[in-house]
Design a protein around this ligand. Sequence first.
Ligand code: ATP
Ligand code: MG
Length: 282
Amino acid sequence: MAATGPAGRPLGHEAGRANPFSSGESSARVLGLSSGKGGVGKSTVTVNLALALAGFGHKVGVLDADVYGFSVPAMLGMSGSPDGSGGAVQPLVAHGVRVMSMGFFVPDPQPVIWRGPMLHKALEQFLSDVDWGDIDFLLVDMPPGTGDVALSMSQYLPASEVYVVTTPQVAAKRVAQRSAYMARKLNLPLRGVIENMSWLSTPGGRLAVFGTGGGPQLAEELGVPLLGQVPLEPGVREGGDTGLPVVVADPGSEAALAFVQIAERVVALGRSRVVRQELRVN
Ligand SMILES: Nc1ncnc2c1ncn2[C@@H]1O[C@H](COP(=O)(O)OP(=O)(O)OP(=O)(O)O)[C@@H](O)[C@H]1O
Ligand SMILES: [Mg+2]
């Protein structure tokens, strides 16, 4: 399809500037939220973590790398097109967080029907042609799976830290963990596991809707910390649908507190000391 970027320029065909995240120009920590499995809450975790980090006073950017299945703009209640008239493309801002998504360039509900090379180019432009400014964190919402986008992002973001999102279901964990193995093969630092939809709090106690054990098991197998468990709460889903994530809509809720605690742990982990110099697929 003929998706166009700012000023009607076609997306995916520009010769971009240097990518500040691989050139060393940006000192942002890049956090990739990934999972081999779809629908486990990667996007939900991304937007809530971003808002929690922004709430601590950090400057935060969110890159929606799910080019075909973008959901970040809706989850943050955003619409409109970024302005690129002054040269670099200005990200749109929601709740103080700078955001770039394919969703800003495609009239909803039109699909993005692109082959790999265009996708690759668009992602490159999202990094190099966008004025991310002096952000402290760039959170990357990855599409499900271990395909083209994940490979492109690992190439463009050689210092990306990988966080794996899973549900407690052991069968789901087995699929989710493929993104961890991919990170290993690409020599990207795997920093932690986030379990989502961990339980439903009821007057009778916690109901393990999706079973138990997936998050802790995965963390143990991978030798990384389990950074938190986020309960299944209607408010989390509502926050995503209304564009007001639970961290800001209902900061006292169990889920919001879990997201804030995960954000604190991510900060406490600090920057990864392992920075891959070049892409090498083992
Ligand atoms: N903790 C939660 N409680 C309630 N609903 C949740 C929770 N986490 C996610 N959801 C809902 O589950 C659905 C899937 O979440 P989300 O879109 O974040 O997953 P995803 O892993 O990004 O999916 P995809 O693989 O399609 O990108 C959404 O409707 C979201 O609102
Ligand atoms: Mg998603």
